[in-house]
Ligand binder design. Structure first.
Ligand code: AMP
Ligand code: MG
Length: 409
């Protein structure tokens, strides 16, 4: 049986480079940028007024009140037709280009327009002095033409959408989201909306795995439930292999109806490994289906128990999906936390145990939940993280520092 580290290494080795695509700006939200984006403009594109008021020559203000001749009015979107010199002012609105010769803008609140019939209007400025450059944002202050403003690999959120618009990207290069097929196997399963008859349980894995895959920014095709029957499995798996990634649950253990590995082999899916040294999740199966010149479909056979399949998805499927989606994965989601209670670790496999993470005086503390094992989704849902108890079997004491993986909600 291989270790978690060996398994993640093998998966990474077989995961292809992300595909790129171009989408309209309005469709880029939540996607990952596939290329550096440089600006095609300076921003602001001109020296611009930051307030509504009067563009003036700063040295003209001396004394409590100064009266200047108003030579022009410039609103946003217009350009000044003339410059100003000492003794003159231009009425200017926020965002408009400052006329040549002006080096400050006085807020309109500090002024009074004196409109004289047949004469050039004047403005009285009630302000003894102003700094040079006041209320003017110089051209190119926030960015210069040609400058890279967003780098490949960045996630496109609302503020990136705004910036992409500002720098002229109506079409955006992104990494194409991988397609993921989800397939639950088991004669005992009924959909969530049905009442289970004797011997049956509801299919909690499909909705959960589809939700996990959706959170990774993928396009999910939920293929529903398939019976533990060779013909049904053959048909359903064949459909699933059309996706970039097929995530199966159940049927990979040692029961008489655990038919998934042999059916995958029959359909030409090459096994890379089966079984990993961890708890829960030991029966994990991984392989690839190389279909002609298209890139191979990654196939994950997750154990049927819901918590096992969640843990396996988190540790093994999620990094593969992130990499296929062009998201630079990191181990930063793991952190250290202090154990608050004694814990008896049993068996020879490292255990990923549901737990609650708390900060007490800025220190991370972790408390295992009252979890009843890999079928206990309820006990698992009471936690917000997984705490790793390394093998071998021993008693862990309060105060020990352990690795914790926070599970975002
Ligand atoms: P298996 O791996 O198929 O042997 O399943 C292991 C356990 O997980 C059995 O108790 C199954 O009933 C249960 N199980 C399998 N698939 C699902 C599912 N989709 N939702 C909930 N429980 C499941
Ligand atoms: Mg089964």
């Amino acid at each position: 049986m291989i270790s978690v580290k060996e398994a993640t290494g093998l998966i990474a080795q077989h995961t292809a480079r992300p595909r790129t695509a171009e989408v309209k700006l309005a469709d880029a939200l939540g996607r990952t940028l596939a290329a550096d984006v440089a600006s095609d403009v300076d921003s602001p594109p001109h020296d611009k007024a930051m307030v509504d008021g009067y563009a003036i020559v700063a040295t003209d203000l001396a004394g409590d009140v100064t009266e200047l001749a108003v030579v022009e009015e410039v609103t946003a979107g217009k350009v000044p037709t003339r410059g100003i010199s000492s003794g003159q002012a231009t009425r200017i609105m926020t965002g408009a280009p400052v006329p040549a010769g002006a080096d400050a803008v006085v807020m309109v609140e500090r002024t009074e327009l004196v409109a004289a019939a047949d004469e050039t209007p004047t403005v009285r400025i009630e302000q003894p002095a102003i700094e040079t450059g006041k209320n003017i944002m110089r051209r190119g202050t926030s960015l210069r033409r040609g400058e890279v403003v967003l780098s490949a690999g960045c996630r496109i959120g609302p503020k990136e959408i705004g910036l992409l618009a500002e720098v002229g990207r109506g079409d955006v290069p992104i990494f194409a989201p991988p397609t993921v097929a989800v397939l639950a196997t088991g004669d005992e399963l009924v959909p969530a909306g049905e009442t289970p008859a004797a011997g049956q349980i509801r299919n909690s894995n499909s909705p959960m795995l589809a939700a996990l895959a959706t959170e990774c920014g993928t396009t999910v095709n939920d293929l529903g439930i398939v019976r533990d029957d060779e013909d049904a499995l053959r048909r359903a798996i064949s459909r699933g292999l059309e996706a970039d990634v097929l995530v199966l649950s159940g049927g990979v253990s040692a029961g008489v109806l655990d038919l998934v590995p042999e059916m995958l082999a029959e359909l030409g899916v090459e096994q890379v490994f089966h079984k990993v040294r961890l708890k829960p999740g030991k029966p994990l199966w991984f392989g690839l289906c190389k279909g002609g010149d298209s890139r191979p479909c990654l196939v994950f056979g997750l154990p049927g128990n819901p918590v096992s399949s969640f843990v396996c998805f988190t540790l093994f499927v999620r990094p593969a999906l992130a990499s296929l989606a062009g998201i630079q994965s990191s181990d930063s989601a793991w952190q250290k936390a202090t154990l608050t209670e004694p814990f008896q670790q049993r068996g020879d496999r490292p255990t990923y145990y549901p737990a609650v993470l708390r900060y007490v005086d800025g220190r991370a503390e972790v408390t295992p939940t009252a979890w009843k094992g890999s079928a206990d989704l309820r006990g698992f849902a009471e936690g917000d993280c997984l705490v790793l108890f390394p093998a071998p079997e021993r008693r862990f004491e309060p105060g020990e520092l352990l690795d914790v993986l926070y599970l975002a909600r």
